[in-house]
Write a protein that binds this ligand. Structure first.
Ligand code: COA
Length: 296
């Protein structure tokens, strides 16, 4: 059942195709999170699997929103039909009225109708979602000594999102999951948007011209691997060789099971947590994380 209109507001769903509605959600997210969705317009727009639900005022302002979208995952080697939730926000003057509770319940129901097995989200307020069956999945990065780079390769080529968008989109469409423990299997839109949002990310095309590595160096000389997009996942020594890097140490922000890298898991105790709502046997069993370029 649709939530009833309330507090003088109108309930609307699936409104991103309406240019005024799209402008209104962009303005809500800018006002609440200072997130600018404009870069999304230049990389193909919003994810077409989105199923947003929202309340609007008479003047067309978006007052409250919660969006779901398809986010197919691999968890412990098993494909999982998962939905991601994002853009949950209520304008300050309308908080405490139950608007968000209504949006959570409705979005859960819509997800069940579409047959999603799991829902994933990031939040700094886990208490908001725990009563609805969400559980925190602790995230880890993986640290260790750098393997010796495999030399003698053609050098990798730096890409930019502006000049190499077509190539990136083609590779994203055919990518293999970067880990069997936990990874997205598709999801091009967030990767492209996050290239703008994640600090200092470099994109390099491996010599096979079919694989892109997202990475950065820290001031302390550590190599950070953020994501790999391609039909195969090269091992870490191959990546370092193509990038011609001999770093002091390595930290991966993807589980290292396909990288031939035995990094030590280091728990992330930051304010932002990953939560999942699913059956017990779908929860990841090994230390894992989602790539920062899949974050949403
Ligand atoms: C968090 C937010 C969406 C809540 O919206 P709201 O419309 O005021 O929420 P509701 O009135 O529907 O309250 C829903 C429930 O969440 C609880 N809640 C509200 N804010 C909360 C918070 N910060 N932490 C934990 N629980 C919270 C309420 O007590 C209520 O619980 P109940 O169902 O047991 O009564 C809103 O305060 C907001 O937009 N904050 C800034 C953006 C943000 O943090 N978004 C969510 C991040 S993922």
């Amino acid at each position: 059942m649709m939530p009833a209109d309330r507090a003088g507001l109108n309930f609307r769903q699936d409104y991103f195709d309406d240019p005024a509605g799209w402008a209104a959600i962009k303005s809500l997210l800018y006002d609440i999170f200072s997130v600018d969705l404009d870069p999304l317009d230049s990389v193909g727009g919003y994810d077409r699997t989105s199923f947003p639900s929202a309340f609007f005022d008479e003047s067309g302002r978006c007052i409250a929103n919660l969006s779901g979208f398809a986010m197919p995952l691999i968890i412990d080697g098993r494909p999982v039909k998962a939905a991601g939730w994002q853009s949950g926000a209520v304008r300050p003057d309308y908080r405490g009225l139950g608007l968000f509770r209504a949006l959570i319940r409705h979005t859960l129901q819509r997800g069940e109708e579409q047959g999603f097995e799991a829902v994933v989200l990031y939040t700094d307020k886990p208490g908001l979602y725990a009563p609805h069956g969400f559980r925190t999945v602790r995230q880890f990065s993986f640290r260790g000594d750098a393997p010796r780079p495999i030399g003698g390769q053609k050098p990798a080529r730096r890409l930019t999102i502006e000049s190499d968008l077509g190539l990136l989109q083609r590779l994203l469409a055919k990518r293999t999951p970067v880990s069997q423990r936990l990874a997205v299997t598709g999801q091009a839109e967030m990767f492209l948007l996050n290239c703008h949002l994640v600090e200092d990310v470099s994109l390099s095309l491996m010599p096979d011209e079919k694989t892109v590595v997202a990475w950065r160096m820290t001031d302390g000389g550590a190599f950070q691997l953020l994501d790999v997009v391609g039909e195969q996942v090269p091992c870490l020594a191959e990546i370092l060789g193509a990038l011609d890097l001999t770093p002091a140490s390595v930290e991966t922000f993807i589980p290292p099971d396909r990288l031939a890298f035995d990094g030590e898991p280091v728990g992330d105790d930051g304010p932002l947590v990953l939560m999942m709502r699913c059956a017990d046997d779908l929860l990841p069993t090994e230390p894992c994380c989602l790539s920062p370029l899949a974050e949403f």
